[in-house]
Design a protein around this ligand. Structure first.
Ligand code: PEP
Length: 249
């Protein structure tokens, strides 16, 4: 049985005051769900101390290398040193705004593993790719780049986030059927490499998840939780989404 996973991607949204207010309002929903907060890196410590160990911490990105002359970067090792256990890699905003191609994403997945972080690998097609009938091909290409680089075994301790680009931050959610179909495709691809890994890997959905649509998505057999952007900034909304993940198991 896979444990549900719900990760909050706070993107570039945080302040000391906002974190303190969030934690004051937060009510941990269920012990059956791994709840992960990915604030901007500099706020990890504040968030971790405020939650006092009830949640997991993650980062939104890492560099490929462990250390060196890479101005503005932080490594997976540094994230682990600061208390992170999870790491988002290949988010579509990184792919689109920072030119991260499949090879770079594969390197970041490898870096997260090297540092003992659990990677949350984001894959997803654009609207143009879906309209052209290329959604599965795109997602499998993104997945294969990492599979070819790291092999299948590490996916037993990783998560994949299916995030259709057209659903991120738009208020338009993939239907439960659309999401379920892609999740099944991802799991089948992993099963072709290693059946045990495919059973173990958590595949979460991201793209305009809200309390109102979470249960319908998380009730799908291959959807093991969510990666949540905007709605994770509201403690009540996000707690309700986490509760839905527990109920949807
Ligand atoms: C995301 O950025 O990973 C995301 C899913 O954002 P939102 O929930 O706001 O669509």
């Amino acid at each position: 049985m896979r444990r549900a996973l719900v990760a909050a991607n706070w993107k570039m949204n945080a302040s000391v005051a906002a974190i303190d207010a969030f934690v004051r309002a937060w009510q941990q929903p269920s012990s059956d769900v791994d709840v992960v907060f990915c604030p901007p890196l500099g706020y990890l410590d504040r968030l971790g101390s405020a939650f006092a160990g009830d949640v997991h911490l993650g980062v939104q990105d890492v560099g490929v290398e462990a250390k060196g002359a890479f101005t503005g970067e932080h490594s997976a090792e540094m994230a682990a040193d600061l208390g992170a256990a999870y790491c988002i890699v290949g988010h579509s905003e990184r792919r689109a705004m920072h030119g991260e191609d499949d090879a770079v994403v594969a390197g970041k997945f490898r870096a997260a593993l090297r540092a003992g972080l659990m990677p949350v690998l984001c894959v997803g097609e654009t609207l143009a790719e879906r309209r052209a009938g290329d959604a599965k091909e795109t997602v499998l290409r993104q997945l294969d780049a990492v599979l070819n680089d790291s092999g299948a075994a590490p996916f037993a301790d990783a998560a994949v986030a299916y995030e259709p680009v057209w659903a991120i931050g738009t208020g338009v959610t993939a239907s439960p059927e659309q999401a379920a179909e892609m999740h099944a495709t991802i799991r089948q691809r992993l099963a072709a490499e290693d059946a045990d890994v495919a059973t173990a890997v958590r595949i979460v959905y991201g793209g305009s998840v809200k309390a109102a649509n979470a249960l319908a998505l998380f009730a799908q057999v291959d959807i093991d939780g969510g990666l949540v952007g905007g709605a994770s900034l509201d403690p009540h909304e996000f707690a309700a989404i986490c509760a839905a993940a527990g109920a949807g198991q």
